[in-house]
Structure formats: structure tokens, C-alpha cells
Design a protein. Structure first.
Length: 469
């Protein structure tokens, strides 16, 4: 029967997201042989592009994953493509030096500053660097993201008496969950027109204060924090009389229940607007990252020292997730995304090399951050003749949540575990900074010729898909 012929149908569904020079395009198409509907998803950032085509039917399943990325050693563009069909076998092709990147970049710049006059340039337009490493925030391409998140100089809840108060010292899950819960709280406030508030002894205050908005030389940090996020800081004994506490139907004083509600929240915003909104929140956090008393740059500084500004490096996040529970989580990720059910837990050398070798990053430093629950992962990587000489395990003296987080976000390539909310937050932050090369969803497929190949099964938009994560 040969390969399926695919015809694009007048871009029936089109989604553009230009955040830090990121674009997502979703197009409805039809297979000319079967008339079955197809959905194409194209994602691009400064550093890579992913195209996915997926169709499920009773007769067969077809998926196409096409990735473009810039070669760090040259200005040329490489790509790899995989098409699979249960009744026709699998074809694998590679092209090099196909300069589609320039065309994609041009499309990103089509969006102009439609409503830029209402945005506060002091907060939004300044280029952002973190630990002396540049992000893609504040570039001309980033203006499109800002257009999508036009705050119109208003805060949610300004004309409402509904109060979402985050209090208590306990929350649902660990750091990755808690960061996502805070981002979702900000989103809920905007979606529902709530006034968001935190108490000064709450879990969220403790979480954020360690990493952001805590300059010991800035007496006005609290006011800046409140203004940046439209948040009120309540004292522990401050009365909420006159406010309508939300969410209704939950005990607002049970911090674990409320935080779990936040974690599971799904915004009804279109995907592009939702990603833009969440990206803006993350960017704002990192405009105020701490260097004392705890240093968010500790990991980067410990590994690279004075070379930190320009060094190219990759980060592997190994999260074992307590063994059996981690395997169950990965199996759920596999069902939703098509990724391998254990590869991101095991981080075998072959898996790592399948990502780094095609883009020339095996010749550059590799940093491993880990929860330490499976020491065999580090041992295998250190013993590998290609990975071992380039690998550094984050030293205990510099390893803490903030230092590990920043080192991963500011890397050139990130290899994470989709079952880990910490990896998920890192990937979201990298999207917010305009970085590509986020590798969380991979599977091994047979090419029909030679050895099976590792391919990406789900792109950056999957990080925000609640049906997967």
C-alpha cells in the first residue's frame, strides 16, 4: 500500500505560541487514502522544531515525528523523521543542511506589537540573564508572547471580594508539585477573578522565599512580590472578615486539600494563551532569583566556575520516584504520550547517547542531577567510554533544589523524567525562557533496516497536557 499520502486541509485549526521565540502550530488534515482525520502539531523554538502527526483507527495507527535542531558546531540544520504503521512497517530517513529554520524564524516575527503600549516595558521588555547566562526573553520574538498575555494594567480580584488564601505549612507533594500549585493558583486568580493571598508562614511563602524575592539588601522585596504577582501577603493572625473564601466546597483551612485542588486545576484558556500566561509567571520569578543567603547559581558555579557564561552543556535529571510507584507513573505517561515506560527512569547510556550524539553534544559537558535513590544510574554513565569523560555529578556541597533547578533550566539540552513534576517544572521554565531541546518523551522503534532507533514521541506542548502529565 506504500506510505500514506497526507494533504493539509486549509489549516482548520491553527495555534501559534511565540514565547521566547517558541511556536506551536496545530493543523487538521486528512489521509487521502482513508479520509481519516489527522492532527499535525508543529513546535519550534530558537534551538529545535518538532512536528508530530498522529492518527488512531481500527485498521492501523500512524504516527510521524519530525525533529529539526541546530547543530551546535555549525549553522546548518539537521532533522530526523520517523513514520510508523502497524501494517506497513516503519520508514526512517534523515536529512541534513535543510535550512527550514530561517523560514520558521521569519514566521515567528510576523506578530507585531499590537497592544504593546499597555505593557510595562520595565518588567516585560528587558532581556533576562540568569547566572550570567542569556535567555531568549526580552528579544523581539518575545513580543508575541507578551501580546498573548496583555494584563491591561489590572490585577485579578480588584473588584471582587473572593479570596483564595494559601496558608498552612503542609502541601500536596514535593517541590515540583508545589511550584506547579503556585503557578496554578496564579492562573486560577486570573481565570476566576479572585484575589490571591498567602500568609507569611505558609508553605508557599517558605517555598518561594528560598529561591526568589529574598534579597537581604532589599527592604522592599515584599512590596515588589505583591506587585509582580498581584498577591496580598497576610500575617498569620490577620482577619479575613469581609472576604468570601474560595474555593467553595472545600475546607479553605486545609492546606493539603487546597494545594491538591491547585495541582489538578485545568484552565479553560486556549492552550497558547495558557502557556503564555504560565510562562510570564515563571519569567517574573526568575527576574528576582536569589544569590544570597542561598544561591540559585550554586550548581552552575560549582561545575563551571568562570566559564559559566558561555559553556555548552547538557543536564540529565535522574528521578527514581521510589521504585515501584515511579514505574506505575511512567506506565501512565507511556499510555498518554507513547514514550518508553522505563527509559527515563533508567537513563541508560544508550538512551542518553541517542539524544546527544545526533546534535553533537557528546563533545560537551554533561551534568547529572539526581535524587540519589538509584546510584547505579550514575555508575553506568560514569563507566561509559563516551559519556563518562564528559560527565559531572552535581556535588553535594552545591546541590540543593534551587541550584539544581537553575542548572537544568539554563542548560543547552535537558533530559528529564516526565513522571517527575520537578522535571516538568524545569521543562516549563525552559519553554518560558525560549529554550528547546527538552527531551522527556522518547520511545524506541524499529526502522525496518538496521537497529531500532530512539525517537521523540511527544513535544513541548505535552508538558502542559493534563491528559499526559
Amino acid at each position: 500500500m506504500g506510505r500514506s499520502r497526507i494533504m493539509s486541509r486549509a489549516a482548520a485549526a491553527l495555534l501559534l505560541f511565540c514565547g521566547g521565540a517558541a511556536v506551536v502550530v496545530i493543523i487538521s488534515c486528512r489521509d487521502l487514502e482513508t479520509a481519516a482525520p489527522l492532527h499535525l502539531q508543529l513546535e519550534t523554538t530558537h534551538s529545535d522544531t518538532t512536528l508530530q502527526i498522529r492518527r488512531d483507527s481500527e485498521e492501523r495507527r500512524l504516527s510521524l515525528s519530525l525533529s529539526f535542531f541546530k547543530d551546535p558546531k555549525s549553522s546548518s540544520l539537521r532533522s530526523e523523521s520517523t513514520e510508523t504503521s502497524t501494517d506497513q512497517g516503519i520508514w526512517f530517513n534523515r536529512w541534513r543542511n535543510k535550512d527550514m529554520y530561517a523560514e520558521l524564524k521569519e514566521k515567528q516575527q510576523i506578530h507585531q506589537r499590537l497592544n504593546a503600549e499597555v505593557l510595562d516595558s520595565e518588567h516585560y521588555f528587558q532581556p533576562l540573564s540568569i547566572c550570567e547566562r542569556q535567555t531568549n526573553v526580552g528579544t523581539t520574538q518575545d513580543l508575541a508572547l507578551l501580546e498573548k498575555f496583555n494584563m491591561e494594567n489590572t490585577c485579578p480580584g480588584a473588584n471582587s471580594k473572593k479570596l483564595l488564601l494559601l496558608q498552612g505549612d503542609l502541601a500536596h507533594g514535593r517541590t515540583g508539585n508545589n511550584l506547579i500549585e503556585f503557578l496554578h493558583a496564579l492562573q486560577i486568580a486570573r481565570d476566576m477573578d479572585y484575589q490571591l493571598a498567602i500568609t507569611s508562614n505558609s508553605w508557599v511563602f517558605e517555598l518561594l522565599h528560598k529561591m526568589w524575592f529574598n534579597s537581604i539588601h532589599d527592604d522592599d522585596w515584599a512590596a515588589k512580590f505583591e506587585k509582580a504577582f498581584c498577591i496580598k501577603i497576610f500575617q498569620p493572625d490577620e482577619s479575613t472578615k469581609g472576604w468570601d473564601r474560595v474555593p467553595h466546597g472545600l475546607n479553605p483551612n486545609n492546606s493539603v486539600i487546597v494545594s491538591k485542588y491547585l495541582f489538578n486545576y485545568e484552565s479553560e484558556l486556549p492552550l497558547d494563551q495558557y502557556i503564555a500566561s504560565q510562562s510570564r509567571f515563571i519569567q517574573m520569578l526568575f527576574r528576582h532569583y536569589n544569590t544570597e543567603p542561598e544561591d540559585m547559581c550554586s550548581g552552575i558555579n560549582a561545575i563551571f566556575g568562570e566559564e559559566r557564561s558561555n559553556v555548552r552543556y547538557s543536564v540529565i535529571h535522574n528521578r527514581h520516584l521510589e521504585g515501584a510507584p515511579g514505574i506505575r507513573l511512567m506506565q501512565r505517561m507511556s499510555r498518554g504520550s507513547g514514550c518508553h515506560p522505563t527509559a527515563a527512569l533508567e537513563m541508560q547510556p544508550e538512551y542518553i547517547k541517542s539524544i546527544l550524539e545526533p546534535i553533537g553534544m557528546l563533545d560537551y559537558p554533561i551534568v547529572l542531577i539526581t535524587d540519589g535513590q538509584d546510584p547505579a544510574v550514575a555508575q553506568r554513565l560514569l563507566e561509559d567510554p563516551e559519556i563518562g569523560p564528559m560527565l559531572s555529578v552535581m556535588p553535594q556541597s552545591a546541590s540543593w533544589i534551587g541550584g539544581d533547578l537553575t542548572a537544568a533550566i539554563m542548560s543547552d539540552v535537558f533530559i528529564g523524567n516526565p513522571a517527575s513534576s520537578f522535571s516538568g517544572f524545569i521543562a516549563k521554565a525552559r519553554i518560558a525562557m525560549g529554550f528547546g531541546n527538552n527531551h522527556l518523551f522518547r520511545a524506541k522503534v524499529s526502522t525496518g533496516v538496521g537497529k531500532p532507533e530512539w525517537v521523540t514521541t511527544c513535544g513541548d506542548a505535552c508538558i502542559y497536557d493534563k491528559n499526559i502529565l
